[in-house]
Design a protein around this ligand. Structure first.
Ligand SMILES: C[S@@+](CC[C@H](N)C(=O)[O-])C[C@H]1O[C@@H](n2cnc3c(N)ncnc32)[C@H](O)[C@@H]1O
Length: 301
């Protein structure tokens, strides 16, 4: 099935408008290769039918499939491992201190004391990995008065389909075999037929929502940590800049931003200080004022 240059241009313009994903000229063959199975699985005859169904009929399921095929939703538990080691050994102890401080500032206030956002979380392995580490940390620090309910985790993605899978919390044997230790598997998952189900204790720590990073999202609120990995690579510099500017507004003073191994803020923003922690670069928000969206004032109430 041939993708003409005109069809290629229509498709990439539409994808850019929809998601901020930039497809360069030399990717015509790749787009053809990735979208041909989508055309077939939707019973369409050719790429012109796909364009019509997506742009004029507004088929959301097809749009999601096209974006997934272009970006891939590749993910796995504890992907690249070192950012998760950094989260456990460097970020979590700092969050523990913040929790204690915020509790002392506002002892009557219920609910989470620190907030974590996992943006572009795909099928959920990344936010569940963070939740398992938080659970381990809370277990070790329970005598310091820290519990899992001191943490909130928001996980978002543009694709409703990957979000539905993430919410189900169900993973195949093969997915479980990618990155998950036997210890974590035994402790936090139970069998469901041939598959595995993440335990309620972990699942209930994560809220899933559909968020398109190419749109305005600052109203999601303030966060102490943002994980946004392996998605910025798909965006144009302009879109990337808008995303990072919003992250900066949303992060608390000294908030942490963790990007994918191939992603960086050079040329995009100088609002962050780079802190290298072993193999991971953590971007720390440099702002001196409390974040616009954080209502935790680090002064006496
Ligand atoms: C390669 S996966 C990365 C998953 C996970 N962060 C990781 O590193 O393992 C990229 C994800 O970005 C999502 N995505 C693509 N464009 C997006 C957008 N404009 N807004 C939000 N999510 C988007 C895709 O649906 C996909 O699930």
């Amino acid at each position: 099935m041939q993708l003409t240059t005109q069809e290629f241009n229509e498709i990439r313009n539409y994808i850019f408008k929809l998601s901020g994903i930039e497809i360069r000229d030399e990717k015509q063959y790749l787009v053809q290769q990735r979208l041909e199975p989508v055309v077939r699985s939707f019973g369409l005859n050719n790429f012109t039918d796909l364009i019509q169904r997506m742009t004029i009929d507004g088929d959301m399921r097809l749009r999601d499939k096209v974006i997934e095929a272009i970006t891939t939703n590749e993910t796995f538990f504890f992907r690249d491992i070192h950012p998760f080691d950094t989260f456990s050994n460097y970020i979590l102890p700092e969050l523990g201190e913040r929790i204690k401080k915020r509790k002392s500032l506002s002892s009557g206030r219920k609910g989470a004391k620190v907030s974590i956002w996992c943006a572009a979380s795909s099928t959920g392995q990344e936010p569940y990995s963070l939740a398992m580490l938080i659970s381990e940390y809370a277990e070790t620090n329970k005598y310091a008065g820290i519990g899992t309910n001191d943490f909130s985790i928001l996980a978002t993605d543009i694709s409703s389909e990957v979000l539905a899978k993430a919410i189900s919390g169900e993973y195949t044997e093969m997915e479980m075999g990618r990155g998950l230790s036997d210890y974590m598997k035994k402790k936090y998952f139970t069998r469901k037929g041939p598959n595995w189900l993440v335990d309620d204790t972990i699942q209930s720590m994560v809220d899933f929502r559909r968020v398109n990073l190419s749109e305005t999202f600052v109203m999601l609120g303030g966060f102490d940590v943002i994980f946004c990995r392996n998605v910025l690579i798909y965006f144009s510099d302009d879109v990337k800049k808008k995303i990072i500017d919003q992250f900066d507004q949303m992060l608390s003073d000294n908030g942490f931003l963790v990007l994918g191994a191939c992603e960086s803020l050079s040329m995009v923003s100088n609002a962050f200080e780079n802190v290298r922690h072993n193999e991971t670069i953590v971007y720390k928000s440099k702002k001196k004022q409390p974040a616009r969206f954080t209502d935790w004032q680090e002064t006496a109430p």
